[in-house]
Design a protein around this ligand. Structure first.
Ligand SMILES: [Zn+2]
Ligand SMILES: [Zn+2]
Length: 257
């Protein structure tokens, strides 16, 4: 199946589309948007909008967290540095530590459960020149193959901090904020279309038996992050960066205008 981004197919027609839709596009607390600003599209389909400044010159990242699982300042700083490195947003990137929310009463075991929570708590939606991302920090979830985090829609990520805080941060182990940052960055990598999930590969490097992940061992996108057994190797506490192949994919997607 062909994956495309806004960059390569839709752009010539976007101005008209956006002009028509723009009349109704402001922040709508508690509502989702439709049209070119939709926040209910598949993961990776907003990669082009995230990577460059063609339509959205500003990025707002909203973080809601279950009471007691507020991210550490260093986690926010690491996320901010990653976004500034790879995204072209001349009017700024803001990370808003927004609401502390109650622990969900019902077990979170499907991506649909995450969207239900998002609809209840998300306050910022793409509008005008601002693109928005929603990060939901929960204590735990039982979503198949996603024990630590999941990118579940084009502008939505959920991460689960309880297994990280239980399994890391002891003597000889990576700091919990390092692991939490790595999980967040990895899931953000999926929103950026990696690997082969929204942007094209310049060079073949998709580990096909591991979904949208990279063949390079040392890459941030190498495999689904699995920290719950405490054995995830962070190379002595250093968060992996994107490999050269992943970086080339981002660069190529950013250049298609
Ligand atoms: Zn992944
Ligand atoms: Zn890679």
């Amino acid at each position: 199946m062909k994956c495309f981004t806004h960059n390569d197919l839709i752009r010539p027609y976007l101005f008209l589309f956006v002009w028509i839709a723009g009349f109704n596009c402001t922040f709508f607390p508690g509502h989702s948007n439709t049209g070119p600003y939709t926040n209910t599209a598949p993961v990776g389909t907003s990669a082009g909008y995230l990577l460059d400044d063609y339509l959205f010159t500003e990025l707002i990242v909203e973080i809601d967290f279950v009471d007691g699982y507020e991210p550490e300042d260093s986690t926010i700083d690491t996320l901010s540095a990653f976004l500034r490195k790879y995204l072209d947003k001349p009017d700024g990137i803001s990370i808003i530590l927004d609401d502390s929310i109650d622990r969900p009463k019902k077990a979170v075991d499907h991506a649909e459960d995450l969207y239900t929570l998002e609809k209840k708590h998300r306050d910022y939606f793409p509008a005008d020149s601002s693109l928005t991302i929603y990060i939901l920090i929960l204590d735990e979830g039982e979503i198949k193959d996603h024990t630590d985090g999941i990118a579940y829609l084009n502008t939505s990520i959920a991460v689960f901090f309880k297994p990280i805080r239980e399994n890391f941060g002891k003597i000889g182990q990576p700091e919990t904020s390092t692991v939490e940052s790595a999980v967040l960055l990895h899931e953000f990598g999926h929103l950026l279309g990696l690997v082969n999930k929204g942007i094209r590969m310049k060079t073949e490097h998709q580990a096909k038996n591991r979904g949208a992940h990279c063949t390079v061992d040392s890459c941030l996108m190498h495999s689904p992050i699995k920290t719950s057994d405490g054995n995830w190797n962070l190379n002595g506490g250093i968060i992996p960066d994107l490999c050269e192949f992943c970086r080339m994919d981002l660069e190529a997607a950013r250049k298609i205008k």
